[in-house]
Design a protein around this ligand. Structure first.
Ligand code: FES
Length: 795
């Protein structure tokens, strides 16, 4: 028996008293009772005032009567549908469908009564299905089934976020045949949208198209709120879109002499009714903007709502009428040497631009401890460093917005990951406690604040900032971001994650346990403290190979895919020139020098006589290896000096010692997987890293690169609210190992000074790359004399 919905438009005429149009008219209870007793006819919406309770006695499921909200034409019209099922016939044939997402006041997720004869609607790719009465909008069906279909305008046919692609024909998999007229005809709203903005062929607006018969409807990725964004890197990572800030369109009730509420209160009520948003306090700057915006938009406004994981939502901005956006967010990896940012579209997660700047705090000290001591020795030094980094962050925001050709004032969110010292200096907290045991943080919890509190005035004045939690006094929010990005605690394999930077973050773990430490590698891996070093930019040498016979190098520079001995290289690099060596280039250069016998295991560069190449030229009491001489054309002479080798040795020893300390703690000598992360982690060759002894010995195929894992962690936290909660939980479960007070760290550091290592075996490396067993130390200690070689056992 088909259930029958009976209704009458009980709001006679306009529902208003003609003598006093503002006076609200109650629908007589008798009229409603009468409606319940009417014979089955059809379904007609019943409009009543929202504040009026349904006067029917015994309203509810038992009586087969439902009183549910309806999506109105205009939000300010409080309307509701009274759906009645006939008490005659067989009520068992009717099925009551309740959306699990239904909340009181959500007008789009209404309860309905359907029968087996109602059209079947199947959504793909989710596979969710259900029956809906003829005439139900696709958006409403999607909402009731919990299908992820976007909407900013709440179904007014303005935003086009609800686009769907109906499919027609025979679908044996679903057991349905979809007729050409399974959806209502193209309506005027769709036609107008198509004319103005263009709809892709085959697309319909989900809020306009209504269901007429069985239908299969595809929700394309761009119409999904929680669409998944795949990170383009060596290890793919899926980020589910669920940003804290989104745009919503609402209709606000006009002021009424009989309802003396403020505009803000009516906006709050509208947001609650339409989007279940509970708005917190409004900053004065926005409050003063509210009235003109509401009136300019004829009581329709688009709100940028920041919804934290817990607590009340915040209004970041509002625009009259429909504002399409987009809004943007910045994910910032604030490192000791460089600061890197990704500018993301908060609607779809797309990275519009990535940019970096050198951290200007370098002038106060190249590593973290020298910055802490600058703050200790110079009253007001911490404030100086805070001002420097904040100024650079504003510059970075402006530059990245310029690169992406967007207004920086549309950047409404920032997420920061940084080490503890940078964390404190960014916040304007003196880092002095981090320079002495027990290395107490001012706070280890995550922070959510206004970006303006961090001095970020280049972006939106109400923009929010989220700073990931720190793990410990020397293991910061950057390590937490790496844990979020690489998730070692979710791996079966024992995984070592090394985020290479001025301060390396190292994580070791699997499902049973995760350990973390940080290690002071210094800025050498980032091209600083290297005689010909530079940051990774066009013109920088990033790859080097040295011929084992001739000892001549060939190289590639950033911005050109050709090798230096390829035809056309000179022309291809004419604009950028060959300007220096970046971090990945110096790692390959040193490793190649070791592999080709230009460098011994202790890290000494041989003379021309010892090595057989004039490229090893005297440089004071030591030697340098000439990579490229551009002086004839006014370019630089690019060399690798003995000082460069020592800087790399110090950096790699610190890295290895940190990893080894965690392995001791875990009581293992080998790991299953090594993930190299860091701003240039994706560019480091695993083979060369192992020749240097940067990382423990492992099969090469077990060593992968993850790119800027800390930056990716920041991006995940920017685009997915739940991940913030997740990492706040995960950091509490990580065991911290403090390298600064661990005596074994020093032992491991000294042993790791050799290339690749003084005592630890490297069987996988030996099988792959037999390293020359030689020593250039002639006893004079300067490595400049003679060509005497002696055999030496390599560790
Ligand atoms: S929901 Fe905005 S156009 Fe359909």
């Amino acid at each position: 028996m088909r259930p029958v919905r009976i209704a009458r438009n009980l709001c006679a005429a306009s529902g208003k008293d003609k003598a006093n149009p503002r006076k609200r008219e109650r629908i007589p209870s008798a009229t409603l009772r009468e409606a319940a007793c009417l014979p089955p006819i059809s379904s007609i919406p019943v409009r009543i005032r929202a504040r009026q309770t349904c006067p029917l006695p015994g309203t509810g499921r038992r009586r087969g009567v439902e009183f549910t909200p309806l999506l109105p034409d205009k939000a300010r019209q409080r309307v509701a549908t009274l759906s009645l099922v006939s008490q005659t016939g067989n009520p068992g044939a009717a099925r009551y469908v309740h959306s699990p997402e239904h909340k009181p006041g959500n007008r789009e997720q209404q309860d309905q009564i359907v029968s087996e004869q109602d059209p079947l609607v199947i959504f793909t790719p989710s596979g969710k299905r259900g029956r809906f009465p003829v005439g139900t909008p696709v958006l409403t069906a999607a909402r009731q089934l919990g299908v992820d279909l976007d909407s900013v305008c709440g179904g007014r046919g303005i935003c086009s976020k609800c686009q769907v692609a109906p499919a027609f024909g025979e679908f044996s998999k679903h057991g349905v045949t979809v007729a050409k007229d399974a959806l209502s005809e193209w309506n005027a709203v769709e036609a107008r949208y198509d004319e103005k903005r263009g709809l892709k062929p085959g697309r319909r607006l989900g809020c306009q198209a209504t269901i007429q018969s069985d239908i299969v409807i595809d929700v394309p990725p761009e119409s999904q709120v929680h669409r998944q964004v795949v990170r383009k890197a060596a290890t793919e990572r899926v980020i589910e879109m669920d940003p804290a800030t989104r745009l919503v369109l609402v209709d606000v009730t006009e002021p009424d002499m009989h309802d003396p509420s403020g505009d803000l209160q009516r906006l709050q009520a509208a947001l609650h009714a339409a989007w279940q948003v509970d708005l917190g306090e409004l900053p004065l700057a926005l409050l003063s903007k509210l009235q003109p915006v509401l009136r300019k938009g004829n009581w329709q406004v688009t709100c940028a709502i920041f919804q934290p994981a817990e607590g009340k939502a915040q209004l970041l901005d509002l625009w009259p009428g429909y504002f399409e956006g987009p809004l943007y967010g910045l994910a910032i990896d604030l490192g000791s040497t460089t600061m890197a940012a990704h500018l993301c579209d908060l609607a779809n997660g797309r990275v519009l631009a990535s940019s970096g700047l050198m951290n200007p705090q370098i002038r106060f000290g190249e590593d973290l401890m020298s910055r802490v001591s600058y703050a200790m020795m110079n009253p007001g030094g911490d404030a100086e460093m805070t001002a420097a980094v904040r100024e650079a962050l504003n510059q970075l925001a402006e530059e990245i917005a310029k690169e992406a050709e967007i207004d920086p004032k549309l950047i409404v969110e920032t997420v920061f990951v940084c080490n503890p010292v940078m964390h404190h200096l960014l916040l304007g907290i003196d880092p002095v406690e981090l320079g002495q045991a027990p290395f107490a943080l001012a706070t280890s919890d995550s922070l959510s604040l206004f970006a303006s509190e961090l001095g970020l005035d280049a972006i939106h004045p109400q923009a929010r900032s989220y700073i990931l939690p720190c793990i410990a006094g020397h293991v910061g929010a950057d390590a937490a971001a790496v844990a979020l990005s690489e998730a070692p605690g979710e791996q079966d394999d024992l995984t070592l994650v090394i985020d290479v930077g001025t301060n390396a973050e190292i994580l070791l773990g699997n499902r049973s346990r995760v350990l973390a430490c940080s290690s002071p590698t210094g800025p050498a891996f980032e091209g600083a403290q290297i005689s010909s070093g530079q940051r990774a930019a066009p013109g920088a040498i990033e790859r080097i190979e040295i011929d084992p016979e001739t000892k001549d190098p060939r190289f590639r520079v950033i911005g050109c895919d050709l090798w230096s001995d390829d035809p056309g290289f000179e022309a291809a690099t004419a604009v950028t020139g060959i300007t220096g060596i970046c971090g990945s280039g110096i790692i390959e250069a040193v490793a190649e020098m070791r592999m080709t016998g230009l460098l011994d295991a202790s890290g000494l560069i041989g003379s021309a006589e010892q090595t057989g190449t004039v490229r090893c030229e005297p440089d004071g009491r030591t030697h340098s290896y000439l990579v490229h001489d551009g002086s004839a054309d006014g370019g630089p002479r690019i060399t690798v000096t003995q000082g460069d080798i020592r800087a790399i040795q110090l950096a790699k020893s610190a890295l290895y010692a940190g990893a080894r300390l965690l392995m001791d703690e875990m009581a293992v000598d080998t790991v299953d997987r090594i993930v190299l992360a860091g701003a240039f982690g994706a560019h480091i060759s695993p083979k060369h890293a192992m020749v240097l002894g940067m990382i423990p010995d492992a099969p090469l195929k077990a060593v992968t690169s993850a790119g800027n894992a800390a930056g990716t962690g920041a991006r995940i936290a920017l685009l997915n609210r739940a991940s913030r909660k997740e990492i706040e939980t995960v950091v509490r479960q990580i065991t911290k190992v403090e390298t600064a007070i661990e005596p074994r760290f020093q032992e491991h550091f000294v042993a790791a000074n050799a290339l690749p290592h003084a005592s630890d075996p490297f069987p996988n490396l030996s099988a792959l790359v037999p390293l020359p067993d030689l020593s250039f130390n002639t006893g004079g200690g300067d490595g400049t004399e003679g060509g005497r070689r002696r055999r030496r056992r390599r560790g």
